[in-house]
Design a binder for this molecule. Sequence first.
Ligand code: PLP
Length: 344
Amino acid sequence: MIDLRSDTLTQPTRAMRDAIANAAVGDEQKREDPTVNELERRGAEFLGHEEAVFLPTATMANQIALNILGRPGDALLVEQHAHIMLSELGGPAAHSGLLTIGLPGTNGRFSPEQVVAEIRDRNSVHVAPTRVVTIENTHNSSGGRVWPLAEVDAMVATCREHDLAVHLDGARLVNAATATGVDSARIGGGFDTVTLCFSKALGCPLGALIAGSSGLMTRARRGKHFFGGAMRQAGIVAAAALYALDHHVDRLAEDHARARRLGEALAAAGVPVDLEQVETNFVQIEVGPDRSGAIARLKDRGVLVSTTVHPTVVRAVTHLDISDADIDSAIDVIPAALKTLAAA
Ligand SMILES: Cc1ncc(COP(=O)(O)O)c(C=O)c1O
């Protein structure tokens, strides 16, 4: 099977498993795990912040960020198809008492003007004050789309000007950095808090970071325990993340090139792929109303793809476990399978 469903599916490599096996560990709740401490030090630098906190998942990182940036009754602005909006079980309301407002986006992005239009009178006795803004870069449900640096900077500047806290869901920040040629630290450094996920393109079995100022990270560490995420000998997984920072960052350009090659070949074969959307490691394919039929036909021919929030679109995602030969096969198989569907 050529498994293009998600970049979360990667298996740790032999070398990563060796790093895991050899990790020095300690009690990380007591800050005595040398591997976690090293990851937090390097991670803070990598994300352009004073301090970082190691967490099991990016969902937890997002939820802790929102918990420390907002107060119950505050309004949170996110793009309407953001992971925080659609895939975190209403966590901002449940954990932090936030009213989440989904803004319409274009390719996962929204503008400073949209934010300003949603700022409410903080002295009002009726409306929830807008206090936190989150952007997602790259933006998952729009197809791994990237925020240009100028738009990131404009958003952060607007939030500063209007006294709004601003969080970056950078679960795939390294893909954005690779696509734009701008360091993750430069992209992430202006935000109050940043999430980075290790179990997506970076190829780790699990793990995420939240980064920010020392003051905010002191609160994030309390949030980590509060959310049940404080661990013990977590160096066993932090070792994988350190390995990924050393060995899996530069290789992301290969994933992007493979996605591009797949997208271009499919488009050339008449498969409806909008190449403008292929900016990172996602290829979005329009398959029409019988999407489950399309997914089943592709599976019969050995290619796995997944659904997206758009009901007629499937997605093929390149990652560490997808080779050039896999892309060659996918290029052969996908047009034939989808033509069968059109003929059916
Ligand atoms: C943009 C984005 N943020 C956060 C997450 C959550 O990651 P995790 O599965 O580590 O909780 C995901 C997972 O797909 C994601 O795509």
